[in-house]
Write a protein that binds this ligand. Structure first.
Ligand code: SF4
Ligand code: MSK
Length: 672
């Protein structure tokens, strides 16, 4: 540790690094122990100014070609070009859609693994996975082109669950590589949006093809028109949001259960000194679902007691945390930027990682403590020798999970004296989704989005915001998420949240019904108090942003707020984004009609023409557009102003009654 301490020239200021007390305490603790974290590295290593502007190309070995903006800006013609002649717009667009490809690939490969396991489970080829939610299976089957009923001797009856599951699984798996047609899930969007996509020629053909085509088009000397490049970016991101991610969410719900609201704790303080602490981190719930079951088994709890622990405390980081939170109430220990800190507590007996958002430095941190760091995915290994690799296989999923939990238990006895768990934790209600919003805002009898729409039309709820995404060590941890959410709910905008943003909201008490009385404007407060929901609704993990797309579609269907997602008084936000997945999500929100504001920065400043295309021209094509605002209050107000603009366009800037849509109206919109 002393060696590490010497290497650190400058250290992060804990108070400037995060708004969370637990995080501040643990950064301080890390520095006392001489353990380097991402917060310190962010102080010593500055980002590249050219890369930040999106105008560095390294797509061939004649480069990297860097095209900085002239000091006095572009006067007249923009003459900047790379060795091959690539313009700033071409380079910036190529870089941008390569980010979309990276993000769409990550989400969609997750979805693919889920689909493959689902099909194997349906066929009975694996024993540890089952259809847990047949109602959801039958509800989604028609979108996959699978019939749910069969006529036998003139009598119509439900098809066998196994038969439907196999058919859905086969269609789902084929979505990644089918050679004809388009993605099935696209048909879940409002018809006017589907028409826009058809007009622009961006309806995705299959998931893999759209991602591969980005890599081809951005290879040296292929597509050199920024408009044509971003068109392919649009196909790929739609293949993510309305494809790979949506299928992932659907089939996870069918296999593991559709989330319903439940109460849980949140923050590093959920770890317990006298328990075995096992943390699951990453994104795919295939293994973590099994770990939850194993950690709750009496046999392993008893085994933990034989080692001197009082029990097993399972918790999560990042989106694996959100997956096990929304279905089992397993508490998140923290967001992306807290992953190293969880180990620095000295009380983490094992951290199990799968894919995405896992810092390689975890291995260096784990080396300073007794923590067993376990990689589990064949595509995500670490080179450091102290990392244990237990390759997860769905054919012996529970066996793998039991082995991992036992490793954590056996490691409990090896803890050092350096244990310091921050005491901070909060309560939250998580596990919302399309179905539960319907239930909570419509009631079990009415069960629809009418009540939500009524409250938007009568102005109690000013609009809907999706606030999602990561943490970024270049911004103050969680400050943007929390400031933006508070500003929105103070102004009667209800917030739907996913990913690390959702964990941040939970940590800051915004996901409790009681927070409405403290933080909301009078209208939203009244609605939340009447129906007993929080003003910030936790909708799950990064792939679950597809739930937000479907919730927006339900709002359109319920009527009175226009015909398409772009008509809704709604806006999107990713205040502290860092991942390529955020760019894919941002672009599928924009091209689904949502005005979407990112915080920190977007790598577009070096190509003003391409930037304008995304910030202005997109709206004419899809109804949504990009924007960026690092200041959180201004960021929130850009969203609120857009919501107000939409309210005015809908004629609901002054309260009026909702115009009820009848069956004929809804059929005209292609919604039945
Ligand atoms: Fe430079 Fe063109 Fe090669 Fe890019 S593709 S590195 S701009 S020569
Ligand atoms: S985990 S992608 S840091 S939200 Fe989904 Fe958090 Fe962003 Fe990873």
């Amino acid at each position: 540790m002393a060696e590490l301490k010497e290497k650190i020239v400058k250290l992060a200021d804990p108070m400037q690094s995060s708004i969370d007390q637990s995080t501040q305490e643990m950064i301080r603790r890390a520095q006392q122990l001489g353990v380097e974290t991402v917060f310190d590295r962010a102080v010593t290593m500055k980002p590249c100014a050219i890369g930040m502007q999106g105008i560095c190309c390294k797509n061939c070995s004649m480069g990297p070609c860097r095209l900085p903006l002239p000091k006095d800006g572009i006067q007249g013609e923009d003459t900047r070009k790379g060795l091959c002649g690539a313009t700033a717009n071409t380079i910036c667009a190529r870089n941008f859609i390569r980010m979309i490809a990276g993000g769409a690939a990550a989400h969609s490969d997750h979805g693919r693994n889920v689909a493959i396991t689902f099909l194997a489970a349906a066929k009975g080829e694996v024993n540890d996975y089952k259809v847990k939610d047949p109602v959801k299976l039958f509800q989604i089957a028609p979108y996959y082109g699978v019939a749910t009923t069969v006529e036998v001797d003139g009598v119509v009856k439900d098809r066998d669950i196994r038969e439907v599951a196999i058919a859905v699984g086969e269609v789902a798996v084929a979505e990644w590589g089918k050679t004809t047609g388009h993605l099935h899930m696209i048909k879940r969007a409002p018809q006017p949006l589907q028409d826009k996509w058809a007009e622009q020629g961006v309806i995705p053909r299959n998931v893999d093809r759209e991602i591969v085509e980005i890599m081809h088009r951005t290879h040296m000397g292929v597509d050199q028109d920024y408009k044509n490049l971003i068109k392919q970016g649009t196909r790929a991101c739609l293949a993510d949001g309305w494809g790979g991610s949506m299928i992932g969410t659907d089939l996870q719900d069918v296999m593991f259960g559709t989330p319903t609201p439940l109460q849980a704790e949140c923050d590093l303080g959920v770890m317990k000194e006298d328990h075995v602490n096992l943390i699951v981190h990453g994104h795919e719930p295939l293994l973590s679902e099994m770990i939850v079951a194993a950690a709750q088994s009496q046999e392993l709890i008893d085994y933990a007691k034989t080692k001197g622990a009082k029990g097993i405390q399972l918790s999560g980081i990042c989106c694996t945390a959100n997956e096990v939170l929304q279905r089992h109430g397993v508490p998140p220990a923290g967001t992306f930027l807290q992953q190293e800190l969880a180990i620095i507590t000295g009380a983490c007996d094992a951290m199990v990682v799968d894919v995405q958002c896992i810092m390689q430095n975890l291995a260096n941190v784990a080396k300073c403590f007794h923590t067993k760091l376990i990689t589990t995915h064949p595509i995500a290994r670490m080179e450091q020798p102290n990392v244990l690799h237990i390759e997860f296989d769905e054919h012996h999923a529970m066996e793998d999970a039991i082995r991992i939990v036992k490793i954590a238990i056996d490691n409990f006895e090896k803890r050092g004296a350096e244990v310091m768990i921050p005491r901070h934790k909060s309560s939250q209600v998580a596990g919302f989704g399309v179905e539960s919003i319907k239930y909570h805002l419509g009631g079990s009898f009415r069960g629809d989005y009418f009540t939500l729409n009524d409250n938007i039309i009568n102005g109690r709820i000013r609009g809907i915001a999706g606030v999602v995404g990561c943490n970024n060590a270049r911004t103050k941890h969680n400050e943007e998420h929390i400031t933006i959410m508070k500003e929105l709910i103070k102004n009667d905008v209800i917030v739907l949240t996913t990913g690390c943003s959702a964990i941040a909201a939970g940590m800051h008490g915004l996901c409790t019904p009681e927070s409405a009385a403290v933080h909301c404007g009078p209208g939203l407060r009244e609605v939340c108090e009447t129906v007993g929901i929080p003003p910030v609704l936790h909708l799950g993990s990064c792939v679950d942003n597809s739930r937000i797309l479907l919730a927006a579609t339900e709002v359109v269907k319920a009527g009175g707020l226009g015909n398409d997602i772009c008509d809704l008084p709604a806006a999107g936000s990713a205040p502290e984004w860092m991942s390529e997945k955020a760019i894919s999500i941002g672009h599928y929100f924009v091209t689904s009609g949502v005005y979407t504001v990112f915080g920190y920065h977007l790598p577009l400043e070096g190509a003003p023409v391409f930037k304008d295309y995304l910030y202005k021209d997109m709206e004419k094509m899809y109804g949504g557009m990009w924007d960026c605002e690092p200041d959180p209050v201004k960021h929130a107000w850009k969203m609120i102003n857009h919501i107000d603009k939409k309210r005015k366009e809908l004629g609901i800037d002054k309260a009026r009654d909702r115009v009820l849509m009848d069956m004929a109206d809804r059929q005209a919109l292609g919604m039945e």
